[in-house]
Write a protein that binds this ligand. Structure first.
Ligand SMILES: Nc1nc2c(ncn2[C@@H]2O[C@H](COP(=O)(O)OP(=O)(O)OP(=O)(O)O)[C@@H](O)[C@H]2O)c(=O)[nH]1
Ligand SMILES: [Mg+2]
Length: 513
């Protein structure tokens, strides 16, 4: 209809011309009559020719259409064939009419307008036929050529590798994000294929605003409300105290120990007996043979035959095991004076017995707490018995067994006739523990004489040995059954052993053989 309207608007000469051409050679007989207007017509034709030069875009669009429909080649050919045939027909007709090719092009232009639509429609129809009702394929086929070609080229370029394809199609920032994500999670994580989904992921999440209410902030509370303020201040103080208290205890424990000033007598004792951690060169200079397997026993140049020369005759005797008791009924009858060695498990009770007598292997020792599980009686000559007690506190033993031997120890130290002294052994490094205090109270109650002996002095610095001795002396100075001074020994190095012997030998002083 539009075309028809346009035609009506054209000048008369053109109207005639178009009407002739549109009729396709209906007016063949009138050709000779029109020769007079030939020149004018030619001019017009040349003008028209200029105007009606074929649009190259149209041609290329046809070509692209061919590419686009690929498999629709036949149809396209058919269509194009029809067109070409119709064009040819026109050419012939127009040649016959005017003998000029330019005229044909004008016609072609008109035909383009007329044939473009049916061509498209027919190609779509063909596609529909080809793919039946499968919507997908049809849609794929009918995609805009630009997008399809772009995607195809991309796929070709990257092969089927999804990753690369994604990276290419996504924004560079998203690509970076993906790279970093992949680095993080390895290649396990799969990413959404959708660009939209990817874009959603890439969007930085909005941080939620969290308003924290300070329970102690009373800026928006009524100041004249005294209860509120009091409550708040009380709570504040309580919290502060709670926070400070454990630190105070910790600090004070440590600080208290560091603040201890040992008495000059203790300090000289530590130095004279080479107590505490010492360097080998220091011991060698003092005349100790550090290469000996047995403890040096604080005697310069001591050898294995030194036992015969022990200063206290009672400790020169042979050490003999004679009884072991797990229950009070199996305790041997009291006879000669007894010295018992009590203390926590693994504190070095059994080792001290060996060290005092210089007889290694008679009393069994172990680095496993809870090795001694019965009261073991050793005879040291006719005048003295040494008693090795099981330890208390942590031990590798069943709770029931442990409880049994702890009860036995308590019974022994509180009721045993002939028990002259209990050597309460304390590890120099750790000091006194609640269980030690428990036993002390028990012995105090039953007026059992006891002497504190610091063991393993070689594990701490000499000054700390002195501090520990001073600390214990201070805490137990009001106790009545305690025998002063606090002794310090090392079964490993033999430091302080001789002094302990001297102190213990006093027990046998008034004993008649
Ligand atoms: N460094 C050092 N280690 C020691 C000393 N005395 C003993 N030991 C070690 O401490 C561990 C325990 O020694 P024991 O004599 O068996 O201790 P215990 O008190 O009899 O232990 P229980 O029988 O389990 O109650 C062993 O490995 C000893 O070698 C010492 O003076 N210095
Ligand atoms: Mg033991």
């Amino acid at each position: 209809m539009k075309m028809a309207k346009e035609v009506t608007k054209l000048p008369k000469s053109k109207q005639k011309f178009t009407s002739k051409s549109s009729k396709n050679g209906e007016n063949y007989g009138e050709m000779g009559k029109q020769e007079n207007h030939k020149v004018d017509v030619r001019k017009k034709f040349t003008e028209e020719k200029k105007k009606s030069r074929m649009n190259p875009v149209k041609v290329s669009s046809l070509e692209s259409n061919k590419k686009k429909f690929g498999n629709n080649k036949i149809n396209l050919e058919e269509n194009s064939g029809k067109n070409s045939r119709s064009l040819d027909k026109n050419v012939v007709l127009d040649k016959q009419a005017n003998g000029k090719v330019g005229f044909v092009k004008q016609n072609e232009k008109e035909k383009d307008h007329t044939t473009a639509k049916p061509l498209k429609v027919s190609s779509l129809e063909f596609a529909k036929k080809k793919f039946g009702d499968s919507k997908k394929k049809f849609e794929e086929n009918s995609l805009s050529s630009s997008k399809e070609s772009f995607l195809k080229s991309d796929k070709k370029f990257f092969g089927d590798e999804k990753k690369k394809f994604e990276e290419k199609t996504l924004s560079p920032s998203r690509g970076l994000f993906l790279k970093t994500e992949r680095k993080k999670f390895g290649n396990k994580k799969k990413y959404a294929e959708d660009d939209s989904a990817a874009a959603m992921e890439a969007k930085p999440k909005k941080k939620k605003r969290v308003i924290r209410i300070d329970p102690y902030d009373f800026s928006n509370k009524r100041l004249d409300d005294g209860n509120v303020l009091n409550e708040i201040t009380n709570r504040k103080e309580k919290k502060k105290e709670e926070e400070e208290e454990p630190e105070k205890v910790k600090l004070s424990m440590n600080a208290q120990f560091r603040a201890i000033n040992p008495s000059p007598s203790i300090l000289t004792f530590v130095e004279d007996n080479f107590l505490g951690r010492r360097r080998d060169i220091e011991l060698r200079r003092a005349g100790y043979n550090t290469e000996l397997s047995a403890p040096l026993d604080n005697i310069p140049f001591s050898t294995s035959t030194e036992r015969a020369r022990i200063e206290e005759s009672v400790f020169r005797n042979k050490l003999d095991f004679f009884a072991a008791a797990k229950v009070s009924l199996s305790l041997p009858p009291p006879g000669v004076p007894e010295i018992a060695f009590a203390g926590r498990s693994n504190v070095g009770k059994s080792s001290l017995l060996n060290s005092l007598t210089r007889q290694w292997g008679v009393v069994r020792t172990s680095d496993k707490p809870g090795h001694t599980q019965s009261i073991n009686f050793f005879n040291l000559g006719p005048k003295l018995n040494l008693v090795d007690l099981p330890g208390y506190g942590f031990a590798y033993a069943k709770e029931e067994v442990k409880e049994a031997w702890e009860d036995l120890v308590k019974e022994y130290v509180s009721t045993r006739i002939g028990l002259k002294r209990v050597c309460l052994l304390i590890d120099t490094k750790w000091g006194m523990k609640p269980r030690d205090h428990e036993l002390i109270h028990l012995m105090e109650r039953h007026q059992t004489k006891y002497q504190v002996v610091l063991t393993k002095t070689d594990t701490v610095f000499p000054l700390d040995v002195a501090r520990r001795a001073m600390q214990i002396e201070e805490t137990l100075k009001k106790h009545k059954s305690i025998v002063q001074p606090v002794m310090m020994v090392s079964s490993k190095s033999g430091a302080g052993i001789r002094c302990l012997r001297t102190a213990l030998a006093k027990v046998t002083r008034f004993v008649k053989p």
